[in-house]
Write a protein that binds this ligand. Structure first.
Ligand code: FES
Ligand code: FES
Length: 179
């Protein structure tokens, strides 16, 4: 029977929030564990470990993924962005502020994943209505707030965007991020 020390390792180079990080990791290690344990970035949370709750949502080359379903080795040579980036985009900052303003978090456990999912929505679905926001965010579970406040916060940022608040901050497509 294999033990953890028998697990093969490989060297990975990942750009995390703009910083190149090189680590030797077990091939079986998931991206969320790599971020938390090897990179010291505890902002992204681990909930169900089965791709259900969305607490581990991060961006891989500009697209949201479940960090518990992607291997760190698969991120080799790619870019990962988490909620704790030191240089949040205006949209991410606006979402963070809106979550506070609308009381959209209590324990905050789901919040990192919620914010990353909401950020992609604001960037990719600028005309989303409340029903579409609910549907988009339905892949992220919150045990505290009952969702209304979260939807309020996301809708508020969509309104700000439609009013031109982020006009000077273009949305990079996933392809552009990869280039
Ligand atoms: S921990 Fe990844 S989806 Fe729940
Ligand atoms: S704020 Fe507690 S789980 Fe969502």
């Amino acid at each position: 029977m294999n033990t953890p020390t028998d697990s093969p390792k490989r060297r990975v180079r990942v750009e995390v929030n703009g910083t190149p990080i090189v680590r030797e990791v077990e091939c079986r290690k998931h991206l969320i564990d790599f971020l938390r344990e090897d990179c010291g970035m505890k902002g992204s949370h681990l909930g169900c470990e089965h791709g259900v709750c969305g607490a581990c949502t991060v961006r891989l080359d500009g697209q949201i993924v479940r960090g518990c379903l992607v291997l760190a080795a698969q991120a080799d040579g790619h870019r990962v962005d988490t909620v704790e980036t030191s240089t949040p985009s205006k949209r991410l900052k606006a979402l963070q502020d809106a979550f506070v303003e609308h009381n959209a978090l209590q324990c905050g456990y789901c919040t990192p994943g919620m914010l990353m999912a909401a950020l992609e929505l604001v960037e990719q679905k600028p005309d989303a209505d409340r029903t579409q926001v609910r549907e988009w965010m339905s892949g992220n579970y919150c045990r505290c707030t009952g969702y209304h406040a979260i939807v309020d916060a996301v809708c508020a940022v969509l309104e700000q965007q439609r009013a031109g608040r982020f006009a000077d901050e273009p949305v990079a497509s996933a392809d552009e991020v990869r280039a």
